[in-house]
Each structure stands twice: as C-alpha cells, then as structure tokens.
Design a protein around this ligand. Sequence first.
Ligand SMILES: N[C@@H](CCC[C@H](N)C(=O)O)C(=O)O
Length: 277
Amino acid sequence: MKIRFAKMQGQGNDFVVLDAVRQDIRLTPEQVRHIADRHFGVGCDQLLVVEKPRTPDTDFRYRIWNADGGEVEQCGNGSRCFAIFVRAEGLTSKSAIRVETASGVIVPEILPSGQVAVDMGAPRFAPADVPFDAREERVTYPLEVAGERIDVGVVSMGNPHAVQIVDDVDRAPVTTQGPLIEHHPAFPKRVNAGYLQVVSRNRVRLRVWERGAGETLACGTGACAAVVSGIRRGLLDAEVRVATRGGELIVRWPGDGAPVMMTGDAVRVFDGEIEIQ
Ligand SMILES: N[C@@H](CCC[C@H](N)C(=O)O)C(=O)O
C-alpha cells in the first residue's frame, strides 16, 4: 500500500502527518516504526493520523504514535502541526478547531500571525491520573534513580510527565538518566522526563527525554508540564517563555483547574509518498 504523507515540525519536534479522512489507513506498530525510522523510512519523533470526527461537537479526531510504535494520549507540538495541516489541506476553514484525542478534546487555534495557540486542557496531579505510584498528591516527590535521589514534579497533560529542576540544561544528564526515569517502576505507563532550568520568573530553558522517542528538540506537553510544575513550586509567573533546543514556546497557566495555553509555530517541511508492506 502507498500512502501520502506530510512531514512537519514544531520547534524541531518532527512528525509524519497522515490524512485518514481521505485515505484508508490502518497501521500496525511495526509499520509505525518503519515510517518513523530515520534510515529505512521517512523519519520522525511521532506519527500523527488525522481522522473524521466521531462526535458531533468535534471537527476531527487524531491519533498519535511515538517512534517506538506505541500509541500515546496527547501531543502538544503535534496539535499545532495538525491545525496547520487540516487548514492547508482544505479539510476545514475554521481557525479554532475542536479535535478529539485519546485524552479528551483540545482546541488549537490558528492566529492571524500564523502561529497556533492551543488550549491543552487542565493539568492533573492526582497520582492515579498520571499514573504514578504514590499515596497522596504532592508538589514534588523524591525518586531514587541509579542510587541518586532526585525531586520530580509529576503532572499529567493527558500524557505523563516528571519534571526536575536543574542548574544548567546543557549539563543535565538527559540522555543517560532520562531513559532510567522513563522506565522507573513508579510510572506504570512510563513517563516523559523533563529537565527545567529557571532563568527568571518568566523565562526557562527545557530539555525533554520523551517516552518512546528519546530526546527531542522540543516537547509541547513537556513545556506545559514544566511550566505548571515550576508555577506550583512558586518559581514562575503565569506566563513563561520556554526555550527548547529547537525554538521557543509560550506557555500560560493561570492556576488550579484552569487550562494550559501553549503558543508556537508549526511548519510543513515537505510532502511525499511511502510504500508500506
Ligand atoms: N512531542 C510531544 C509528545 C509526544 C508523546 C510523548 N512522547 C509521550 O509518550 O507521552 C509533544 O509535543 O507534546
């Protein structure tokens, strides 16, 4: 089977985007891994499949797979790519697009500037919602990783995040400790591991070791989780510029119960066709 795709990126977090509204697409985890493979396939951190809506109050549904073939609940940078894709393809003329994801409805809005602002929904902190193995909800938890005690803020943005404060992201053990946190037994569904450097009350630097994808140049839900965790620790104001290795995102969170707003770019890089066995 041959399928058409668009290659997109948001702050360097890259996606293969498939239109399953006009193409019949059903992929196995092996096929996802093949498409995501940077040598034998197209190459991407995540695969994003756009589908017809299943409920009358949404415009589309989308599904997301990590490069390792595992389907995930949510994706911030992908949601901005999704919005630019469906508009460019003429699948909608709306600017604010309601999309069903595995973790609920989110609403990306294409701004006159061309950037996309996304209502990512309210963060959740109850350990069972993450999921995280703890008896009570706290702002940070001690975690033992390779004999070392670290403190993590644990946040669900639909998908699980563990956020650690570091002095300097350039020296943070993202690629060595990140995989150990991802697979830590306290996270039964694994976790995305964020390393947050606070520069001021409204500027941070962030690196994320992503579950199922390794370190990416940016992680949208990771940026939301990191800012929320920094605000809960009393270190950040409600609106924060997040510098990632691939570019900048703006994240705003007024506080408990409120949704997180994330704003950034999304770019279509090229289109192509791939043969799937
Ligand atoms: N890059 C994404 C997050 C993709 C899913 C994540 N790796 C997970 O497994 O939860 C983003 O921009 O949010």
